[in-house]
Design a protein around this ligand. Structure first.
Ligand SMILES: NC(=O)c1ccc[n+]([C@@H]2O[C@H](COP(=O)([O-])OP(=O)(O)OC[C@H]3O[C@@H](n4cnc5c(N)ncnc54)[C@H](O)[C@@H]3O)[C@@H](O)[C@H]2O)c1
Length: 435
C-alpha cells in the first residue's frame, strides 16, 4: 500500500517509519526543509530511542523516503496520515492552521478514492468540518473519507508505544475506510491489540479525555504531595498504597514540579475551550490547569524560602526536558522556573544530557554547562527538574566541594533524604518527610 505521512515530528516520523517497517511504501513529508535535509542525510531530527535504526533500515530497503514536495507525495497515495502540530493558540484553543493548509493541497491532488487519517490531536467536530472543507475545494467528484485515528505514543518510548499500543481507536462512519484501516493495522490484530471502532467525534474526544485524565492524575498526586508537605506524611507511601487499589492503579502517581510537554498542557486547555463551544463548562479541566500552574510556582517559592532573596544567587537546574529520554522542552516546568528565577535576579545555569540545544533556542540567557558538576560550580542550590538516570548517583562530596552552599532540591524525589543529609546537604523534595 502506498502511504503518505504529513509532518515528520514525534508522531508523523514514528508512524511513517513504523508503517514502512511493516512493509508499506511510505513517503514522509514536511514543510521544514531542514528536517527533510537531515533525514535525507541519514540523521534524525528528534531524539527517540531506536528510531534512527528503523529509519535507516527502511530507507535502505527503498520503502521509506522523505520530501518537502507534498503535491508529488500525494500522487497515487491510497492513505494519507496527517501528523502536523496542533499547538495552543493564545486563547487556549487548538490551532488548526497547518491542518487546513494541508487540506487545500489534498483537495487539489485527489483523483482516486483516498482515506485521510487524522493522527494529530484535534477538537471534536474537526473531521466532519474538514470533510466539508475538502469537498468544497475539490475540482472533481472524487470520493474520500476521513478517519480519526488519535495517537497515544509517549515521547521517549515512541517507537515501542506505537508498535505495542494498549488500543487502536478508529473513528469513521465509512465501512470502506474502516476496512482499509484494518488492512493497514493488520499486523496489530495479529498481536491481539484491541481496536475500538467508533464515530469521528467519539474518537476525537477519546484522545482529549485520555490526556486530561493523565493530567488529572498528575495534578491529583501533586496536591496530595503538597498536603504531605504540610502534614509530614509521605507521598511515596500514599501513592503506593492507593495505587494497589485496582480501581486506581499505580501509574502516573509520581509527584513533581508539574506536568509539561507538547501534549498534556495544550490538550487540557483545548478540552476546556471546545467544551464551552458545545455549551458545557468542564470545571475539572480549569482546576487541573490551575493546580499545574501552582505546582510550577511552588518550586520557585520553596527555593525562595530556603535561599531568601534570589538576587545574585546562582541556581543550577539539572534536567531541562519535560521528562527523561526526550529532547522536548515544550512547556517544560524547568523553563518556567528558569524564567521566574532570572526575573528575580538569579543567575541560572543548567545541564541536560539531550535537551540543551532545544532549550537554548527558547532561553539563550541560561548558562548551559557540559556536565552536572560544571553547572553546579559556585551554585547556591542545585535543583533536579528531570529524573534522568545519570542524576541518580551523583558524587555528593564533589558537589559539596564545588557548590557555594550545599543545597539540593530534588523535585522528582529520586533520592532518599537521609543519604543526602548525611552527605552534608540541605535537602528539599516533593511531599516526603526530610529527616
Ligand atoms: N508528541 C507526542 O507525544 C504526541 C502524542 C500523541 C499525539 N500527538 C499529537 O500529534 C500532533 C503532532 O505532534 P508532534 O509532537 O509530532 O508535533 P511536532 O511539532 O513534533 O511535528 C509536527 C511536524 O509537522 C510539520 N508541519 C507543520 N505544518 C506543516 C505543513 N503545512 N506541511 C507539512 N508539514 C508540516 C512541522 O514542520 C513538524 O515537523 C499534534 O496534534 C499532537 O498533539 C503528539
Amino acid at each position: 500500500m502506498k502511504i503518505t505521512v504529513i509532518g515528520t515530528g514525534y508522531v508523523g516520523l514514528v508512524v511513517g517509519t513504523c508503517l514502512s517497517d511493516f512493509g508499506m511504501d511510505v513517503v514522509c513529508v514536511d514543510n521544514d526543509s531542514s528536517k527533510i535535509d537531515l533525514l535525507n542525510t541519514g540523521e534524525t531530527p528528534i531524539y527517540e530511542i531506536g528510531l534512527t535504526e528503523v529509519i535507516k533500515r527502511n530507507v535502505k530497503l527503498g520503502r521509506l523516503s522523505f520530501t518537502t514536495d507534498l503535491r508529488k507525495a500525494l500522487n497515487d497515495s491510497e492513505a494519507i496520515f496527517i501528523g502536523v502540530g496542533t499547538p495552543e493558540k493564545e486563547n487556549g484553543e487548538a490551532d488548526l492552521i497547518a491542518l487546513y493548509s494541508i487540506a487545500d493541497e489534498i483537495a487539489k491532488s485527489l483523483t482516486v478514492y483516498t482515506v485521510i487519517i487524522i493522527k494529530s490531536t484535534v477538537p471534536v467536530g474537526t473531521a466532519k468540518k474538514l470533510k466539508s472543507y475538502i469537498k468544497s475545494k475539490l475540482n472533481n467528484d472524487c470520493d474520500f473519507d476521513i478517519v480519526s485515528n488519535p495517537e497515544f505514543l509517549r515521547e521517549g518510548t515512541a517507537v515501542d508505544d506505537f508498535l505495542n499500543p494498549d488500543r487502536i481507536v478508529l473513528g469513521t462512519d465509512s465501512e470502506k475506510a474502516l476496512s482499509i484501516m484494518k488492512e493497514i493495522y493488520r499486523p496489530f490484530s495479529l498481536l491481539d491489540i484491541p481496536i475500538v471502532t467508533t464515530t469521528n467525534e467519539t474518537a476525537e474526544l477519546i484522545k482529549y479525555v485520555s490526556n486530561t485524565m493523565l493530567a488529572l492524575k498528575v495534578s491529583f498526586i501533586n496536591e496530595v504531595a503538597n498536603l504531605c508537605d504540610a502534614t509530614g506524611a509521605d507521598v511515596y507511601q500514599v501513592a503506593q498504597a492507593i495505587g494497589m487499589d485496582k480501581r486506581i492503579g499505580p501509574k502516573f502517581l509520581q509527584p513533581g514540579p508539574g506536568y509539561g510537554g507538547s501534549c498534556l498542557p495544550k490538550d487540557v486547555h483545548a478540552l476546556a475551550e471546545f467544551s464551552k463551544e458545545f455549551g458545557y463548562t468542564f470545571k475539572l479541566a480549569d482546576a487541573i490547569i490551575q493546580i499545574n500552574d501552582m505546582q510550577k510556582q511552588r518550586v520557585v517559592s520553596k527555593t525562595k524560602k530556603l535561599l531568601g532573596n534570589l538576587k545574585g544567587k546562582k541556581i543550577a537546574l539539572l534536567g531541562l526536558a519535560f521528562k527523561p529520554n526526550t529532547d522536548d522542552v515544550r512547556e517544560a516546568p524547568s523553563l518556567y522556573v528558569a524564567e521566574e528565577f532570572r526575573s528575580q535576579g538569579a543567575l541560572v545555569s543548567a545541564y541536560d544530557p539531550i535537551a540543551m540545544d532545544q532549550a537554548k533556542q527558547m532561553q539563550p540567557e541560561i548558562l548551559y554547562s557540559d556536565d552536572v558538576y560544571t553547572a553546579c560550580k559556585m551554585a547556591d542550590i542545585a535543583i533536579i527538574m528531570t529524573e534522568w538516570n545519570e542524576f541518580r548517583d551523583l558524587d555528593f562530596s564533589k558537589l559539596k566541594s564545588l557548590m557555594k552552599s550545599p543545597n539540593l532540591y530534588d523535585t522528582k524525589n529520586i533520592y532518599i533524604a537521609k543519604k543526602i543529609i548525611n552527605a552534608g546537604f540541605n535537602y528539599l523534595c516533593t511531599g516526603r518527610p526530610v529527616k
